[in-house]
Design a protein around this ligand. Structure first.
Ligand SMILES: [Ca+2]
Length: 405
């Protein structure tokens, strides 16, 4: 609460600072301008009353006409700005806190849109202090349904009307569901004298329980199982939409019937849970299974389970044998390849290697660009020539010289 007061106080100073920058007239306008935020943020008013909350506070309001003589009416939102003073003032006094419909506006109305549908029962009205008779012929409606009706003026009812307190607590004759609370004159007093056709309201409070509470004096707690954390109806405690999975009844305060579970309780347990009791949320058998059944949902037989286990073992062994066979195949292929390479190397002619070596050396030595076939052929010719020369020289007695070449 201390933080709240500090927060509001800061807003008040900020608001007043901005407002004082303007002229006195502009300040008066600012004070009651719904758009400026100065009118209701500068007031310590949390909008709640113990277990209840005023759901009209700061909401969008409208009215049939505005009494503008001397700035005698605030805008429609002046009746939901959180300020409950009942002394009517014009802008001349810089404190326009009440609404006032215009002259000769018969069948006048004022309304507030709560922005959300509520079950409305209790409404508090702060009327204008010096105009009790102007509550005559006033109907209070919730989405067009009559919540309360003040009597028309007459010699008999004037006493009753004049005895109205400045703060009037109204209880609807029956709880009404709706989002728009409207005050509308239905009286027959259409004379200017007394101005009984005029609507004067200084504050309207529409009460609902704080979220999570409902019932008389808001003493009961919602079930806590409304879908998506919806708060329950402030009067009946019912959930506005569905329940969380596993819960049922208008208030979502009962679990699914035995044998059912899940969203809207439309799923069926396996039928083999012990005591036919499965988890109302996810259908698991938290008490265990009947004999012969298994799995978290008790929807598999134990034989199925063992068969499955056997199948898993078979698959495992098969996979192992397959891997081993593959490894052996790879080893075998590698062995054959190795032997083949060795065999190929063995079958390669040394003379061919020699021929290639000679050919390459010769080609480099001669600086010629010749093909490999030509090189081989040339090398063979050179070798033959070499043999012929050696043979010739050997025959000529130069064999030692030849062998020394
Ligand atoms: Ca007010």
């Amino acid at each position: 609460m201390a933080y709240r007061r500090h927060e509001v106080k800061s807003e008040t100073f900020s608001c007043l600072f901005l407002c004082l920058l303007a002229s006195a007239q502009a300040y008066a306008d600012q004070l009651c301008s719904c758009e400026s935020g100065c009118d209701n943020k500068g007031v310590i008013f949390p909008g709640s009353d113990g277990r209840r909350v005023n759901v009209a506070y700061g909401k969008s309001a409208s009215m049939s006409s505005v009494f503008d003589r001397d700035g005698g009416s605030g805008p429609a939102c002046a009746a939901v700005n959180g300020r409950t003073g009942t002394v009517w003032k014009t802008k001349k006094f810089s404190d326009v806190n009440c609404v006032h419909t215009a002259d000769f506006n018969y069948k006048a109305w004022w309304q507030v849109d709560l922005g959300h549908s509520y079950t409305v029962t209790d409404i508090t009205i702060y009327r204008r202090k010096d105009c009790a008779l102007r509550m005559s012929g006033m109907g209070v409606y919730v989405d067009g349904q009559v919540c309360h009706s003040f009597p028309n003026r007459s010699a008999a009812t004037n006493v009753e009307l004049l005895a109205l307190p400045e703060k009037i607590d109204v209880t609807c004759t029956t709880p009404l569901r709706g989002s728009v609370v409207r005050f509308e004159k239905h009286g027959n007093d259409q004379t200017y004298e007394g101005g009984s056709y005029i609507i004067n309201l200084c504050e309207v409070q529409v009460w609902a329980c704080k979220p999570g509470l409902y019932g008389e004096d808001c003493k009961q707690a919602c079930s806590g199982h409304c879908k998506d954390n919806d708060t329950c109806d402030y009067y009946y405690g019912t959930c506005p939409r569905d329940c969380d999975p596993g819960w049922t009844s208008p208030s979502c305060d009962q679990t699914c019937k035995p044998g059912l579970y899940g969203e809207q309780c439309n799923q069926t347990c396996s039928g083999h849970c012990k005591n036919n009791t499965c988890d109302n949320y996810n259908g698991t058998c938290f008490l265990g299974c009947e004999p012969g059944w298994t799995s978290p949902y008790c929807d598999q037989t134990e034989s199925d389970d063992s068969t499955l286990a056997g199948q898993m073992v078979g698959i495992g062994l098969g996979a192992s044998f397959g891997v081993a066979a593959f490894i052996l195949l790879i080893i075998g292929l590698c062995g054959r390849k190795s032997k083949h390479q060795k065999s190929s190397q063995t079958k390669t002619s040394p003379s061919a290697s020699l021929d290639q070596s000679i050919n390459t050396d010769k080609a480099v030595e001669n600086g010629l660009d010749i093909s490999a076939d030509e090189s081989v052929e040339n090398a063979k010719n050179d070798e033959l020539e070499y043999v012929n020369i050696a043979s010739t020289k050997r025959n000529a007695g130069y064999s030692n010289h030849v062998y020394s070449m």
